[in-house]
Design a protein around this ligand. Sequence first.
Ligand SMILES: [Zn+2]
Length: 171
Amino acid sequence: MSTLDTLIERNQALESEDVRVGLPLMPSLRTMIITCADPRVDPAHILGIEPGEVAVIRNVGGRITPGTLQNMNLLQMIGQVMGASPNSEFNLILLHHTDCGITRLESNPDLLAGYFGIDPSELPTKAVSDPYNSIVVDLAVLKASIPLPPSWQVTGMVYNIQTGHLQVIPT
Ligand SMILES: [Zn+2]
C-alpha cells in the first residue's frame, strides 16, 4: 500500500466522526499559531488542538517573514469579512523549537536572507541557530510590522524536541 493509499484510508476511517465536519470557519479557541513545518511540532499534537479550534500558519522555522505577514493579513481580512470584531479577545502564539531544520541552512546565507527579505549582512540579527533568541526577535518584528489590535494577546513559546517541554517566553 502506498503512502497516499494509507492517508486516504485514514481519512475514510475518520469520515464517520461527525466532530470533524460542519465546523465553523472561525477558530473556536480564538487563536492563531505561527510555527514550523517540522513534522515533530504539529500544534495538533503538542498542544492537543482539536479540529476547528485554532488557525495555524506553518513555514520553515515558524519565522516572521514577509510571506508570514502576508498570510496573517489575509487571515485577518477573512476574519473581518466573517464579521469578527477587531476589539474582541484573540490569542496570537508564535512557536519555535529546538533542533530546527532551519539551522541546517546557515551555510547558505543568501537563501536565508531571501527568505527573510533582508540583506545577507543582517542575517545574524535573525538568531537562526537559537530558538530562545529567535522567538524574541520575531515577537519584536511582529509588533513592529503590523498594527495588532490591543485586544490581541501575543505569546512566544519554545518547544524542546528532546524533552517535550514547552517554555513560554515572557514578552
Ligand atoms: Zn523547525
